[in-house]
Design a protein around this ligand. Structure first.
Ligand SMILES: Cc1cc2nc3c(=O)[nH]c(=O)nc-3n(C[C@H](O)[C@H](O)[C@H](O)COP(=O)(O)OP(=O)(O)OC[C@H]3O[C@@H](n4cnc5c(N)ncnc54)[C@H](O)[C@@H]3O)c2cc1C
Length: 447
């Protein structure tokens, strides 16, 4: 058989595959790059809820193949089925083989369904692909009731889409409040109230125990003793309880793998020569304390892909670890978090000091001015910043990014207390105060 060759072979065509491919081809046009991607098209996952809700057309979330092909790279719409690292050879599902110079593994992650009794019943869906989107959209057209399991950002966004479609929507989580990895109780309870006021039937401290039903799910049984009845075959469940790295291809190979993904160094090199990995398929550490931490976000995947590509291009780049800045919307409220929550910081062994700041989003005299609240979490012994949370009507993600930058640079509360900020009547509070600065000053007073 004719074996194809690629200087760089990338397995996976998500954010990592696209980013790495573009950097390699643009900086080294003489190099051949092949990207393997089994899907017909790559999807802007973050926008899936808005397709399901009908706010945007399904076609709008399909990324253009040209992102890869316009660089002169080859895109093969097929899965890799076997890897022989010692021969530098990847076999595709149709039996073709490609010999690589360097390999980038960018296989991402797949949604995880807790293996509770009944997990394989019909009408239990997860959300990631274009097919999932179609399936959920079609199911929503037949259902009167839906249960969303997991109140992280993805679960909340799905629940809001279901409610907007007029479906009775239940949202449950084992944690006491929604967004438990992003927010502590104070802000988390505000989110719970907001969800409930919107009409979503929210239940916290309600771990999934079992799905019951004959063929299709007819009951969701929870660990708190309650259960939610469903009309079997019509109503459905969306599980958004996290993801697990897609690593099937590498079982039984020499690639070092742990539960959360492929082990890489800070240059995104695996233990296998000439093999790099980046994105949701890798296991990595926190930028805050250097300890292993989950970080399956596109905003982590893209910087990791850049580091891998820069090293493959002969530069010396390192990835410093996850900060995990993230944001979502709950009704008209914008919500964001970065770094460690107070409760997670304690789990990691930090004694904490926290500060709160509150202003309005615009000058209070301006139309539409609403409350913005900031919480900062710091290490009580030194004042080093560990995390931040913000809820407000606008500009939340941008403010979270300020805190993320401070975390990346290992700053202290005193640095944020000295933040040089801007002020303008439509965009901020008066020059006299900034909510991040207020929160830093509040925490400093408690030290
Ligand atoms: C509904 C949803 C909403 C999200 N919202 C956000 C958000 O708002 N912000 C944010 O930062 N992140 C968000 N994320 C997470 C984000 O999408 C992921 O972190 C990101 O896509 C990871 O990129 P990746 O390239 O590592 O993997 P993926 O995007 O998962 O891409 C992996 C690719 O590898 C391919 N692949 C797997 N196995 C093989 C094989 N054997 N052969 C060939 N190809 C293979 C897959 O088919 C896929 O094309 C969201 C995710 C979902 C599902």
């Amino acid at each position: 058989m004719n074996i194809q060759k690629a200087d760089y072979l990338i397995i996976g065509g998500g954010p990592v595959g696209i980013q790495a491919c573009r950097m390699l081809r643009m900086s080294k046009p003489e190099a051949s790059v092949t990207v393997l991607r089994p899907e017909d098209f790559s999807v802007i996952y973050c926008a899936i809820p808005y397709v399901i809700e009908g706010l945007i057309e399904p076609a709008a979330i399909a990324k253009k193949d040209e992102l890869i092909t316009e660089t002169g790279a080859q895109l093969l719409k097929i899965a890799a089925s076997k890897v022989d690292f010692s021969a530098h050879l990847v076999t595709l599902s149709d039996g073709q083989q490609i010999e690589y110079g360097k390999l980038i593994i960018a296989t991402g992650a797949v949604p995880f369904v807790p293996p509770v009794p009944g997990h394989d019943l019909k009408n239990i869906f997860t959300v990631k692909t274009a097919k999932d989107t179609d399936v959920i959209k079609a199911a929503a057209g037949r259902a009167a009731k839906v249960v969303v399991i997991g109140a992280g950002a993805i679960g909340i966004e799905q629940a809001q889409a279901m409610l907007a479609l007029g479906i009775e929507t239940h949202l449950i989580d084992m944690a006491a409040h929604p967004l438990s990895t992003m927010l502590d109780t104070e802000f988390g309870e505000t989110i719970a109230e907001k969800l409930t006021a919107s009409g979503i039937k929210w239940q916290g401290s309600a771990a999934l125990q079992e799905f019951a039903g004959k063929d299709a799910v007819s009951e969701v049984i929870l660990g708190n003793g309650s259960s939610i009845q469903l009309n079997a075959g019509k109503d459905f469940v969306i599980v958004s309880a996290g993801v697990k790295p897609e690593l099937e291809l590498f079982r039984g190979t020499d690639l070092e793998i742990v539960k959360d993904g492929i082990v890489v160094n800070d240059r995104m090199q695996t233990n296998v020569p000439d093999v790099y990995a980046a994105g949701d398929c890798v296991h990595f550490i926190s930028a805050i304390d250097g300890q292993p931490l989950g970080g399956k976000l596109a905003t982590n995947a893209v910087p990791m892909a850049k580091v891998a590509a820069r090293n493959l291009l002969g530069k010396d780049a390192t990835y410093k670890g996850f900060v995990n800045g993230a944001a979502t919307c709950v009704g008209d409220l914008r919500v964001g978090g970065t770094g460690y929550t107070e409760s997670f910081a304690k789990v990691r062994g930090f004694s904490t000091v926290c500060g709160f700041g509150q202003t309005t989003s615009r000058f209070p005299i301006m139309p539409g001015a609403k409350k913005v609240q900031v919480k900062l979490v710091a290490y009580a012994r030194t004042g080093r910043l560990l995390g931040g949370q913000i809820i407000g009507p606008e500009a939340v993600a941008e403010r979270i990014d300020v805190i993320s930058l401070a975390l990346q640079h290992k700053m202290h509360l005193s640095d944020l207390a000295e933040l040089s900020y801007s002020a303008q009547p439509w965009q901020t509070f008066y020059p006299a105060a900034n909510p991040i600065v207020m929160a830093a000053e509040d925490a400093l007073k408690k030290m």
